[in-house]
Design a protein around this ligand. Structure first.
Ligand SMILES: Cc1ncc(COP(=O)(O)O)c(C=O)c1O
Length: 428
């Protein structure tokens, strides 16, 4: 499609957009009486209007039923999480028995490493991406130390080549092959949080398995954003947070995937709790641990139902729309944003910005990360003051993530106009 940087063209794209009415299902912060232009769905998704109903339902059941809500609430609390299995499994390409919701992301990755990072004297290394999200880096360091290894030796980062912003796929595969027999675990992001680069989950998994390693993923920026087929791709385990593209609310619960091939493996370590206990026997309060077969068998505590409520509202919206339609709109919306950035680059000499996200569609999803040379911080402040919500990542990057659920083409056009103004004012 040939794009145009005009309001009429943007509105025409909105009119043709099959998903356009979903925008009204979300609550936008207001700026001078208008919706903000929201680019931070990769950090905290907007609140779906129905989320409040789901929370109110739990609050009302708590008021009216108190402890009896566990079994007699509108959606009984004791198995509240089971309502996620169907819709969530479709979002990440899994069997319902392979997914669960529990805890928060880093906690879940730690718990999954308890099961899946089983270092031996000779096979103990972990491969991850250079500049993985800091929480993951701290997790790797502390897990490796916990097992008595030296992080500097045991953690192998796949690096960017000199002068490049992204990691080359062939370098990931080459590093996996190079570490070979010493490799215990590959734990990669599905999408890099800083650059928005999408990694090839299927190929990385295959390469890890070929050298005898376990392969897991941090899908914080991937779940609800990219096409995932975790079961078919034979991924061993994965976890994601729900507050980004999945719009579940601040700091909210995490989702987990554990491939069914591991469900009956009694050799895997687990840090157990009573919510993983065989459901028929859980309330018999017996000492012998007999876990549920499936991802639910990795749960620890009983569930934070109040925080699961808005997450459930959100996954039910995803189930209505489906990932394929969201991805189709995402591709076009991101391409339109990229086009607008290039147009401004052409119109204003010396704009001094650079898109560092890969330009090919296979390696990018919703996010474009833009490196602002020169007066970057001032430009960011200008955008925020004009109602464009984006975020700043040191040293000079703003991340623009137009979530297809609620962002419009007109937003992209209006953003371009504000950016143009901003560059001219800041550069004066
Ligand atoms: C890629 C990635 N991993 C891990 C985390 C940490 O998530 P949490 O604080 O929910 O553990 C984040 C948070 O933004 C993230 O983006």
């Amino acid at each position: 499609m040939t794009f145009q940087n005009t309001l009429e063209f943007a509105q025409q794209l909105d009119n043709q957009d099959e998903l356009k009415s979903w925008r009204d299902q979300f609550i936008f912060p207001q700026h001078n009486g208008k919706n903000v232009i929201y680019f931070t769905g990769n950090s905290l998704g907007l609140q779906p209007k129905i989320a409040k109903n789901y929370v109110d339902e739990v609050m009302n059941d708590w008021a009216n039923l108190a402890v009896e809500g566990h079994f007699f609430a509108e959606k009984p609390w004791w198995d509240y999480h089971e309502r996620f299995a169907q819709p969530l499994s479709k979002i990440v390409g899994a069997k319902p028995i392979e997914v669960t919701v529990m805890n928060t992301l880093t906690v879940n990755l730690h718990l999954l490493m308890v099961s899946f990072y089983k270092p031996t004297k000779t096979r103990y290394k972990i491969i991850c991406e250079e500049k993985a999200f800091p929480s993951d880096q701290y997790m790797f360091q502390t897990q490796v130390k916990f097992h008595g290894f030296n992080p500097e030796d045991a953690i192998v980062e796949v690096k960017r080549r000199e002068g490049e912003h992204n990691i080359r796929h062939e370098d990931i595969i080459a590093k996996i092959n190079e570490v070979g027999d010493e490799l215990a675990l590959v734990l990669f992001g599905g999408v890099n949080y800083y650059t928005g680069q999408v990694f090839n989950v299927e190929q990385i998994t295959k390469a890890g398995h070929n050298v005898g390693a376990i392969v897991g993923f941090d899908l914080a920026h991937a779940a609800g954003n990219i096409k995932l087929e975790l079961h078919d791709w034979n991924v061993d385990f994965a976890a994601w947070c729900s507050y980004k593209y999945m719009n579940s609310g601040p700091g909210n619960a995490s989702g987990c995937f554990i491939h069914e091939k591991h469900h009956n493996d009694k050799t895997l370590n687990r840090f157990a709790g009573w919510w993983a206990q065989n459901k028929e026997r859980r309330f018999k309060m017996e000492p012998k641990f007999d876990p549920i077969i499936g991802a639910d068998g990795w749960q620890v505590s009983n569930l934070p139902v109040l925080s699961l409520a808005p997450y459930l509202a959100s996954v039910e919206l995803f189930a209505q729309v489906g990932m394929d339609k969201l991805i189709a709109k995402r591709n076009q919306l991101t391409a339109y944003l990229e086009f607008i950035l290039h147009e401004i680059d052409k119109e204003i000499p010396g704009t001094e910005f650079e898109i560092i996200t890969p330009s090919n569609q296979e390696e990018r999803a919703c996010q474009l990360s833009v490196f602002l040379h020169g007066q970057g911080r001032n430009l960011f402040d200008y955008l925020m003051a004009k109602g464009v919500i984006t975020d700043w990542r040191e040293p000079n990057v703003i991340r623009l993530a137009p979530a297809p659920f609620y962002c419009s083409y007109e937003d992209m056009y209006n953003f371009g106009q504000i950016l143009k103004e901003g560059i001219q004012i800041v550069n004066k």
